[in-house]
Design a binder for this molecule. Structure first.
Ligand SMILES: NC(=O)CC[C@H](N)C(=O)O
Length: 285
């Protein structure tokens, strides 16, 4: 079974929904306190997908995600390494990392996204919403058709909720901006009713540069987004479900967010199916 590790602790609060998403998508999901990993009791290398959920880690002190990112970068585990060293190795082994909302903020503050340089140093930031307040609303997103991450395969648009105070992506530097666009790392965009990208509030809830709601790294293995796909797994999560069902009796009872988790679980399953015949071939020759 595909193994998803979901970190929690220190004010993270969306781990149960994250686990529910993976379970519905056919994976085994394990929720582990970050200290268990930092103390060496749990190894991320026993898992296929490492996940950073949303919440308010360390009370958003010093900026959302900053303290947790620093803990990953500087805190030594008993092996004398940092968790960031392990995460780099995890990615080099072809595995996947996902961050939602506060988890996305952690990946950005750590420099794992967008990681244009490959040196894992922060290149962009997420900061206070342009509205100056916490935004809690449903938004619509469009997938960049040139993005090449398995997480978003076959998805065109989706509707998902946001709930954040610091979701505004700021990309300073024309070169960084150009590289992100050239490599299509801005994989998710806030859109208006006409499906085109928009900077108009509240369709774009935070004023993000490029109207960007999510990023990947150049490998496509690391993916993060501000909205919460794990909060729209069933039609009944949507505030308008009753009207939608009345108007369209054949409507799918799945929420838009589930496809994303199915995608990554199926991708890992596919990788395994490809790997097995190669290993088996040694014994055949
Ligand atoms: N839902 C979340 O993960 C919120 C993230 C962060 N605490 C913010 O307000 O921006």
């Amino acid at each position: 079974m595909v193994q998803a590790l979901i970190l929690t602790g220190f004010g993270i609060n969306c781990e149960e929904e994250f686990a529910a998403a993976y379970r519905l998508a056919g994976a085994e999901a394990t929720i582990v306190h970050l200290n268990q990993v930092l103390l060496g009791h749990v190894s991320i290398h026993d898992y296929d997908i490492l996940n950073f959920p949303g919440g308010f880690s360390f009370g958003d002190d010093l900026g959302s995600g900053v303290v947790l990112a620093n803990k990953l970068r500087y805190r030594q585990t008993p092996s004398g390494r940092t968790l960031l060293d392990d995460i780099k190795e995890f990615i080099a082994n072809g595995k996947f990392v996902m961050g939602i909302c506060n988890g996305f903020q952690v990946l950005v503050k750590l420099g794992l996204l967008p990681n244009l340089s490959g040196n894992v140093t922060p290149e962009v930031t997420l900061t206070h919403n342009a509205s100056g307040r916490y935004e809690d609303r449903w938004v619509r997103l469009k997938v960049n058709p040139n993005a090449h991450t398995p997480f978003l395969k076959g998805i065109d648009t989706m509707e998902v909720p946001v709930r954040h105070g610091e979701g505004r992506l700021v990309i300073s530097g024309a070169d960084t901006l150009a590289q992100i666009q050239d490599k299509a790392l801005n994989c998710l965009t806030y859109i208006g009713y006409d499906d085109s990208p928009t900077d108009v509030y509240p369709h774009n809830p935070n004023g993000a540069d490029l109207n960007c709601a999510g990023l990947t790294d150049p490998t496509g293995q690391v993916f993060g987004l501000m909205p919460h796909p794990e909060a729209f797994l069933s039609l009944y999560n949507h505030p308008d479900w009753a009207r939608r069902k009345r108007l369209n009796r054949g409507i799918s009872e799945e929420g838009d967010g589930l496809k994303l988790f199915r995608n990554i679980v199926e991708h890992v399953q596919g990788q395994r199916a490809e790997a097995v015949p190669q290993e088996a071939s040694q014994f055949l020759s």
